[in-house]
Ligand binder design. Sequence first.
Ligand SMILES: C[S@@+](CC[C@H](N)C(=O)[O-])C[C@H]1O[C@@H](n2cnc3c(N)ncnc32)[C@H](O)[C@@H]1O
Length: 234
Amino acid sequence: MSGDRHSRMVSGYFSGIVAWYDFLNRFLSLGQDIYWRKRLVHHLRTRGNGLVIDLAAGTLDVTREILDCHPQSRVLALDYTLPMLIRGRGKISSADSAFFPVQADGRELPVPDNCADSVTIAFGIRNIVPRTKAYSEILRVLRPGGRLCILEFGTGKKRILGGIYNFYLTKVLPLLGRVISRDKQAYQYLADTIKDFPRSRDLAMEMKRAGFSRVFYYPLSWGIVYIHVGDKDG
Ligand SMILES: C[S@@+](CC[C@H](N)C(=O)[O-])C[C@H]1O[C@@H](n2cnc3c(N)ncnc32)[C@H](O)[C@@H]1O
């Protein structure tokens, strides 16, 4: 499937579940997702009123966290699915004047070269095809010394909690997602893309090959999710 068709398909899934997205995130992760996003934002680098891009920002949970932790920064929240950004808008107060939500494709960022201190992407890189295009765009827009911080699921191939998580991921999560959101495909898509995603060390290699340096990564919640961090040289 071409990258454009894939993006439209994924965007259709997210448009279909937007009303349930936040509730299901909390419910299906037993509230762990809040902690995961906090850990992600802990790694970003920004100077004073520097620009941070939250890519695949969705309903703006990471954006909210960035604004809380770095109130001086300016945050550009980009996402392909406009209804997700609209849904999240209420999380940002009108006092947060340095916040700019924009519908955009992660493979073609509507910003100039070398403008961002950091780029965050939570549960988004898995959805962008091909990932190499997103990496080259992120490298283009980061300033020298800028940083990419990724939060993403592990592959779920390794047995976690004696196999309970693996059963949950392949059987329970798609079923619960389908029943609650009444969308047949979106949560099956989630489970399938988690399984097909590269292992953590392969993702780190992929980031290095794309041109990021000082790449490191570590698991959270027994490897249910991973944080990957890489810098642009400079
Ligand atoms: C699982 S959600 C993550 C949202 C948010 N970052 C969070 O932590 O909840 C994935 C998001 O990626 C977005 N997305 C998918 N493909 C994209 C693309 N090519 N460019 C930008 N955003 C994309 C979807 O619209 C969706 O909002």
